[in-house]
Design a protein around this ligand. Structure first.
Ligand code: UDP
Length: 397
């Protein structure tokens, strides 16, 4: 399977990956995160783990469990660490600790290399018996809630290595080694593979979206950090200039995100009775549907206020769509302002760029092509995989 990626990145890149993997064949490797489906981390692991196995590596993936209280605690920490929540009830710390212990007792963590993804399972390190442990952070840690970060930092400091997406997230107050590795999309996955135009049209029409009229799309969990109300407002402002515009907001629930339902309801309220707004809540494995909408879109938006990386941006750019993105986290390294799309903070500015792109077909196409090339060079799974292998080689010395 790895050979199939040569068409995108060339034979030399594949050779380098195979050689690196050969050196690591004897190691047992484990990935741990908090959900098997929904959100970017699960999206990546679903593709990365089989690919690593294909290379002959001994890789497992385990998902921690918890009750509603635990996921409320981890979502509160998540929001606090990304700087959007100030009030953190103190009992949540002990809820978090309790579930770290339960999971440590239930999961076999006896591996040579353990990748722990994000804060949810970070506390498992307390129960490490052996191996090199790597903390892979997928969130925006640039302005964390001081108390929550102090709590998490006690665990993170016990790791052998931490990996962040962009320099802004790396921490001066951590004494362990830190690497920067952006995440990636898989060009051969159901989410990103080529689709015949007839399939795209059929899928989009199934949801009553008109493929003859312009489509503004955002694909995101219903999460305040993704600014769904700002998306609706930007659409409304753009529609004043482009009356036949339709908005599709495609979301899905994630097992570790208890807030989705409430945010969805508020977004429905904000949409009012506008029949050109399609708020679709699809199952988390609707990869081909997401793919089809990204291909059918005229302009893609990712109006996040806070963002770790925003895989949806690379997914859209790969399909040659310009993206109007929030000036947040990893969006800033994907959307090169004026080249692969535009960065916009307020709904008004976002609407301005959306309107401009809707009107300028030639510029849309140029930016789309630049976006695809930017992703090909920087954000494909092979790039990510090579860097993970280098991180393993580094950690195991
Ligand atoms: N996604 C999906 N269906 C949805 C919403 C999101 O398949 O309805 C996928 C999306 O295509 C992307 C991932 O979930 O691959 C979201 O990753 P991202 O980094 O954009 O955000 P996160 O959810 O991790 O904050």
């Amino acid at each position: 399977m790895i050979e199939k990626y040569a068409q995108f990145v060339g034979e030399d890149e594949i050779d380098a990956i195979v050689k690196l993997a050969e050196r690591l064949q004897d190691l047992s490797i484990l990935h741990v995160n908090s959900t098997a489906a929904g959100g970017g981390v699960a999206e990546i692991l679903n593709r990365m783990v089989p690919l690593m196995r294909e290379l002959g590596l001994r890789v497992d993936w385990k998902v921690i469990r918890g009750d509603a209280e635990f996921f409320t605690a981890t979502k509160t920490f998540h929001n606090a660490l990304q700087g959007t929540v100030r009030d953190v009830p103190s009992h949540l710390y002990s809820v978090y600790e309790k579930w770290q212990e339960i999971n440590a007792n239930e999961l076999d963590l006896d591996y040579d290399v353990v990748f722990i993804h994000d804060p949810q399972p970070a506390g498992l390190i307390k129960y490490r018996k052996r191996g090199k442990w790597i903390w892979r952070c997928h969130i925006d840690l640039s302005t964390p809630h001081p108390e929550v970060w102090a709590f998490l930092k006690r665990y993170v400091s016990m790791y052998d290595l931490a990996i962040f997406h962009i320099p802004e997230f790396a921490r001066d107050d951590l004494e362990i080694p830190q690497l920067l590795i952006p995440p990636s999309i898989d060009p051969l996955s159901p989410k990103n593979k080529e689709l015949p135009p007839t399939t795209v049209e059929r899928i989009v029409a199934k949801f009553d979206v008109d493929t003859e009229r312009p489509i503004l799309l955002q694909v995101s969990r219903f999460d305040w950090a993704k600014d769904p109300l700002g998306v609706v407002e930007a659409y409304r402002l753009a529609k004043r200039h482009v009356p036949d515009l339709q908005l599709v907001y495609l979301g899905s629930p994630a097992h570790d995100d208890p807030e989705g339902e409430a945010v969805y309801k508020k977004t429905v309220e904000a949409a009012g009775g506008d029949s050109d707004i399609h708020l679709l809540m699809l199952p988390p494995d609707s990869h081909v549907e997401v793919n089809a909408f990204q291909r059918a879109a005229t302009v893609v938006m990712q109006k996040s206020i806070r963002e770790g990386f925003g895989l949806t941006v690379s997914e859209a750019l790969w399909k040659s769509k310009p993206v109007v993105g929030g000036r947040a986290g990893g969006i800033k390294i994907q959307v090169i302002h004026g080249v692969t799309g535009f960065l916009a903070t307020s709904p008004r500015v976002a609407a301005h760029y959306v309107t401009f792109l809707l009107r300028e077909k030639e510029i849309r196409e140029k930016m789309g092509a630049a976006g695809r090339e930017h992703v090909r060079r920087n954000f494909l799974i092979t790039h990510h995989l090579r860097r993970y292998l280098m991180a393993i080689a580094y950690a195991t010395g």
